[in-house]
Ligand binder design. Sequence first.
Ligand SMILES: Cc1ncc(COP(=O)(O)O)c(C=O)c1O
Length: 419
Amino acid sequence: MSDWQTRQGRLYLQDTPVATIAEQSGTPLYVYDGTIIQDRVNRIQQAFPIFNILYSVKANANLAVAALIRQQGIGVEVASEGELETAFQAGFTPDQMSFAGPGKSHAELARAVDSGIDLISVESSAELARLTKLAQTAGRKVSVLARVNIAEHALQAQEKMGGRPSQFGIDVEHVIEVLRQHKSEWITYRGIHVYAGSQILSSDALIKHFSAIYSLAIHIAHQVGFELACVNFGGGFGIPYHTQEQHLDIAEAGRQICHKLQHSGIELFLELGRYFVAESGIFLTRVEYVKQSKGINYVITNGGINAFARSAMPWANTHRCESVTGRDQTPTDHYTVTGPLCLPADILAESVPLAHPVPGDILVIRDVGAYGYSMSPQLFLSHTAPAEVLYWNQSCHVIREPHNIQTVLAGQHIPAGLL
Ligand SMILES: Cc1ncc(COP(=O)(O)O)c(C=O)c1O
């Protein structure tokens, strides 16, 4: 499966060399191929026909990307007010939305209740209490999923978020007691939600994981005494960041999971981010300097971890990095590729084989469509950037106004035909 084509040492986006796009739009630059996104969404729709599929907008919160995905007929999972607004502007309706996240504010929950969002996942006893009050004040019964932090088991996720102490979800050891405690005329328990980790590459692990979640949901509903109407199985489907890794066998995982759940009689949800968008994106950065320091070759570029933070995350995969100059690409040596920041962690890739990089060359970092732009210091989850205050001359000065949601959305354009 090769989405991006390299011809004579040049990487192409369809028929255009990506270096030409970099010349036109400047660097650093994110470029996404929408056809790859459409392909990944199609694959999931075909493999999991009995599921309602949601896009986790945190993976890539660009309005046009979200609108492109919505156009393929899937819903959306949001985790902040900024993402909620993004989803609305990309054309999603409340009945297509799920709201998760461990830190929903009073205002965010109120907005979710007022908008009539279809699925609200509660992640703690305190959140359930807050939501109950809000529902009572609004005079509106709210249905919820309990997000469960499962026990450690066979989940082979490279980036784990559950199965251990965590801010996400209600621990499986306490969830029955918490749900019993908060039974009220204002809350309907609709089912459970589990999202335990990301970057799962084993279809076997996925099949076992889904089966365990389903059994757990039945058990919890029975013990608490509600009718199980729905299970959100989360997502976490991985992509091969390295050449040694294999694609997840989606067709096989989908076949076995759907076979097991086809007569469950409940609504089934999947929420995916990385799988839909990661491989569609590349990050282009221009070489400013090449130098040696104490035996290591450095290529210093104009795109740092402020624009692509994933490369500095200790748990994240190293992304493939290559030159797209069109010159002979036979590597001459290994190079550490950095950004321009005054920060030792500003490393985009280490020990990359490159062919004589020179200033002006364009380097490409692959598979950045998910958690690339969106996870870089500003705007992750479409949160607004905070204000900055300086104490000077015996008083406090606001030296940067906080952004607002308009700032987050400003400058983005949805191409004609997507909305
Ligand atoms: C609750 C929830 N659902 C879905 C996702 C998307 O995960 P992935 O990109 O691994 O599919 C995340 C990612 O953090 C998440 O927190």
